[in-house]
Design a protein around this ligand. Structure first.
Ligand SMILES: C[S@@+](CC[C@H](N)C(=O)[O-])C[C@H]1O[C@@H](n2cnc3c(N)ncnc32)[C@H](O)[C@@H]1O
Length: 494
C-alpha cells in the first residue's frame, strides 16, 4: 500500500512533521549538488516515502559517468510509511542498475535524533557515528520544548535548538566528511529568528553556504498539504571558509515558472561583524530588475560634467583649525552627523563633532566655495535602510562663502564648484532610489561607499536628471514617492 501525506490524518502528520516533497521539487533539490565522488555515501534523514533519494539517484543516472555507486542510508520513524519507502528504494536499485550504477540501501526504522545524538556523544556502548559524502533532507518541523527527550538528546552533543528541523540539520552537518555536501529544504525561520542564533553560529561555522533558493509565494513549496510556511532550499559544503560570493535564486513555486538567479557577495548575505549572524536573503527579482534598469543607462558622471570627491577635511591634519561652534573667522564644516533627511542641519551644537573650521591661508585649499553640492555618506550602518544615503547642501540654508566637507563624506561638484540646482536635485532623487541601492548592493558587500564606486556608476542623461529635479517639489519625499518619480523618468528616457 502506498501512503501519501494526503491520506494521513492531519494530527499524525503534524506530530511526525510529515510533509512530503513533490517529485519536481525533489529533482530540483537533487540538481543543486556540486561534483560528487564516484562512490557516494548518501544520507536521507526523515526519508518519508523516499522521494529525495529517488530524485538524487535519478539525477546520477541521467548524468552518466560521474557517480558509479550510491550507498544510501535512510532514517524514518514512521512504521506506516516504511513499505512505500522500501518499494521506492527497490525501484531506485533497478533504475541505477540499468544506468550502470550500483545502488545499495539501508532503511533504519529509528529515531534519527536519538540515535545520532547517542552515537555522536560517544557513549561507551554506542557504535561510532556513520559518515556521509552527501545528504539530502526535508526534515520534520515541529517545536521541541526545553525538557523534551529530543531537546535533551540534542543538548548532549552541544546542539541547543527549539525546532526539530534545526536539530536534524545540526546532526546531519556533524555526519558529513570534510567537503561533504548538504542540500536541504527547511522553513526560512532559522535565517533571522532570534532563537535560532546558536543554530546559525553552529551552521555557519561548519558549513559553507553555496546557494540559497527562495520561493516568492509563501504557499508554493508545500501547497498540496496546505502548509503556510516560507521555505528555502540551501546547498552547503562542509568546511570553514565561506565563499566570497554565493548564488541566490528564486521562483514563484508554480510549475514551469521562470527562475531568477543572482550572485551576491557573501558579506551581503551574512554581514561580517554581525554577532546575530542573520542570513539576509535579498529579493532577487528586485535586484535583477535593478541591474536591467542600470544597464540601460549610458551617461557617465564625467559626461554630465560632474565629479565626485571624498571630503577634503581630514580631522587629524587640521585639528588646530577645527571649532566646536561657529565663530568669527570660521566657515561651516559638514560631517555625516549633519545629514537631516534631504538637507543638512547645521550647526548641530549638541553633536560631538566640530561644526566649524577656521578660514585662513592654511585651511583654504581644503575648503570649497559655497554652492549646491550633493553629499553622500561614505559609511552607513548596517541598520540603515539604504547603502547609499544622499543629501543636498543648500547654500540658501547655510549662509557662508566657503564650506568644508569632512573626510567621511563624498561630495558631487562641478570642477570644484557647486552644481546647477535641478541637476543636483535630480541626482539626489536618483542616488536615493531603491533601484540604485539594489544595484549597488550587488557588487558592494561592505557598508562603505567609495567615491570610485560612485564615479563608475551609470547615470541617466542630463535632461532626465534635470526633469527628475524639476519634478521633486520637495526633498522630503517618502521612499515610495522617490522610487515612483525616478522610475517614471527612467522609463520615459528609454
Ligand atoms: C517533512 S517529512 C519529509 C519526508 C521526505 N524526506 C520527503 O521529502 O518527502 C519528514 C519525515 O521525517 C520523519 N520523522 C519525523 N521525526 C523523525 C525522527 N525523529 N527520526 C526519523 N524520522 C523522523 C517523518 O515521519 C517524515 O516522514
Amino acid at each position: 500500500m502506498k501512503i501519501g501525506a494526503e491520506e494521513m490524518p492531519r494530527k499524525r502528520q503534524e506530530e511526525l512533521g510529515q510533509f512530503l516533497t513533490a517529485p519536481l521539487l525533489a529533482d530540483f533539490m537533487a540538481s543543486m549538488f556540486g561534483p560528487l565522488p564516484r562512490t557516494v555515501r548518501l544520507l536521507d534523514a526523515g526519508a518519508g516515502a523516499g522521494s529525495l533519494t529517488t530524485a538524487f539517484a535519478a539525477r546520477c543516472c541521467r548524468k552518466r559517468g560521474e557517480v558509479r555507486a550510491i550507498e544510501a542510508s535512510l532514517y524514518e520513524i514512521d512504521g506506516e510509511i516504511l513499505e512505500s519507502l522500501s518499494a521506492a528504494m527497490s525501484e531506485c536499485e533497478h533504475r541505477c542498475s540499468d544506468a550502470g550504477i550500483r545502488f545499495t540501501f539501508t532503511i533504519h526504522s529509528t529515531d534519527f535524533i536519538r540515535e545520532m545524538s547517542t552515537r555522536l556523544a560517544g557513549d561507551l556502548f554506542a557504535s561510532k557515528p556513520p559518515v556521509f559524502d552527501a545528504a539530502i533532507a526535508n526534515p520534520p518541523y515541529r517545536k521541541i520544548s526545553t525538557d523534551s527527550a529530543e531537546r535533551r538528546a540534542l543538548r548532549s552533543v552541544g546542539v541547543e535548538t527549539s525546532n526539530l528541523y534545526t536539530g536534524f540539520i545540526s546532526l546531519i552537518q556533524r555526519l558529513l566528511v570534510p567537503r561533504g555536501q548538504l542540500v536541504g529544504i527547511t522553513p526560512r525561520s532559522f535565517c533571522n529568528g532570534p532563537y535560532f542564533r546558536p543554530f546559525r553560529e553552529d551552521f555557519l561555522s561548519q558549513l559553507e553556504l553555496r546557494r540559497l533558493h527562495v520561493f516568492e509565494s509563501r504557499q508554493a513549496a508545500f501547497r498540496d498539504d496546505g502548509v503556510l510556511q516560507e521555505n528555502i532550499i540551501f546547498h552547503a559544503v562542509k568546511g570553514r571558509n565561506q565563499p566570497d560570493e554565493m548564488l541566490i535564486s528564486s521562483s514563484s513555486g508554480e510549475h514551469g515558472d521562470d527562475m531568477t538567479k543572482t550572485v551576491f557577495p557573501f558579506a551581503e548575505i551574512v554581514h561580517p561583524h554581525d554577532s546575530e549572524k542573520f542570513i539576509h536573503i535579498p529579493s532577487t527579482a528586485g535586484h535583477a530588475k535593478a541591474k536591467e534598469t542600470m544597464d540601460g543607462l549610458s551617461s557617465s558622471l564625467a559626461s554630465l560634467g560632474v565629479t565626485v570627491s571624498t571630503g577634503r577635511v581630514v580631522e587629524f591634519r587640521l585639528k588646530q583649525a577645527l571649532r566646536k561652534e561657529p565663530d568669527r573667522g570660521t566657515v561651516p564644516l559638514l560631517y555625516p552627523c549633519h545629514f537631516n533627511g534631504g538637507t543638512v542641519h547645521w550647526p548641530k551644537l549638541e553633536a560631538r563633532k566640530p561644526n566649524a573650521i577656521l578660514d585662513n591661508d592654511e585651511t583654504r585649499p581644503w575648503l570649497v566655495p559655497s554652492g549646491v553640492y550633493l553629499l553622500t555618506k561614505r559609511f552607513t550602518s548596517k541598520e540603515e535602510r539604504r547603502r547609499l544615503v544622499a543629501c543636498l547642501y543648500d547654500p540658501e540654508l547655510v549662509s557662508a562663502e566657503w564650506v568644508g566637507f569632512e573626510n567621511h563624506l563624498n561630495y558631487f561638484h562641478a570642477s570644484g564648484h557647486g552644481l546647477e540646482r535641478t541637476l543636483a536635485v535630480g541626482l539626489y532623487a536618483f542616488l536615493n532610489s531603491t533601484v540604485v541601492d539594489q544595484y549597488f548592493r550587488r557588487f558592494s558587500g561592505h557598508t562603505q561607499v567609495n567615491a570610485t564606486d560612485l564615479r563608475t556608476l551609470a547615470y541617466p542623461d542630463r535632461n532626465t536628471l534635470q526633469a527628475m529635479g524639476r519634478d521633486m517639489k520637495t526633498l522630503e519625499l517618502s521612499q515610495d514617492e522617490i522610487d515612483q518619480l525616478v522610475n517614471k523618468h527612467l522609463h520615459a528616457c528609454r
